[in-house]
Write a protein that binds this ligand. Sequence first.
Ligand SMILES: Nc1ncnc2c1ncn2[C@@H]1O[C@H](COP(=O)(O)OP(=O)(O)O)[C@@H](O)[C@H]1O
Ligand SMILES: [Mg+2]
Length: 296
Amino acid sequence: MSSGHSASTPAASTPAAFARPNPAAQAVRFAGLDITFQLQTGGVHRAVSDITLNVARHDFVAIVGPTGCGKSTLLNAAAGLLKPSAGTVEINGTPLSGLNAKAGYLFQADALMPWKTAIDNVAVALEPQGVKRAEALERARAWLTRVGLKNFADRYPHMLSGGQRKRVSLAQMLIRDPQILLMDEPFGPLDAQTRQIMGNLLLSLWAAGDQAGERKAVLFVTHDLEEAIALADRVIVMSAGPAAKIVGDFRVELPRPRDIAEIRTEPAFHQIHKAIWASLRVEVQKTYEMSAEAQQ
Ligand SMILES: Nc1ncnc2c1ncn2[C@@H]1O[C@H](COP(=O)(O)OP(=O)(O)O)[C@@H](O)[C@H]1O
Ligand SMILES: [Mg+2]
């Protein structure tokens, strides 16, 4: 991987990859990860290559990169949905085998069950743990209140707006109190204002922490660099695929608590954006040129 990039400003300064992290202190650790897909045509597609990344417990890490570079592939590896062809995935210092039970996952697409009400969609997340229905409903109601849906518990998904459905999905993920949140462009389909509201809601829930008051580790994939900077402690830049690598690792030292709409107006935000975009735009351009060539 890269040697860790940093902007020359105090706001985005620490070359995170220079640190020698203690493996057990890492919520998610990728070491020398290669992920290859078998193609139906008989060939193989190497999506990502030699990915080494440490996500500390309590850290909010965003991954940006051009479309098709392997962001979702990496999240799937962290979730245990995909087995790497080489390298290791460790969760809290232990090699991952099978599904990652410590993680909650939120996709871009709605994963709510249309035949269940909002409260049932949230309560159902506790079923695998054998929580009794009355208790599950009580806890689901408390979570719906926390995400601002107190009065929408009995609505079915089709009776909710896109932003409200996302709130239900957030509650569904958080009610299990996972230590690690894996989020794949979760606010992608929402309009700009709703995205900002959801971003602030996510930050406030993250800051409140888990049952012990500790913040969760977050791995947040987005194609939106501004969203990445506004939310995260660290922004990872991936190169254009195939065989995508990490080409940038930037620490975002903007103060918290943050309002993700207001923080975009700060000069420090612009400095960080400029530094990261210098790295990202090269990769976006490569992807664009490759797809233009493919169409000729
Ligand atoms: N199951 C699969 N079989 C073959 N190729 C795949 C499969 N899943 C993803 N890919 C390819 O791997 C690359 C990375 O995909 P993905 O992780 O979805 O990218 P991103 O999320 O960054 O847009 C893409 O070129 C994609 O076409
Ligand atoms: Mg993706």
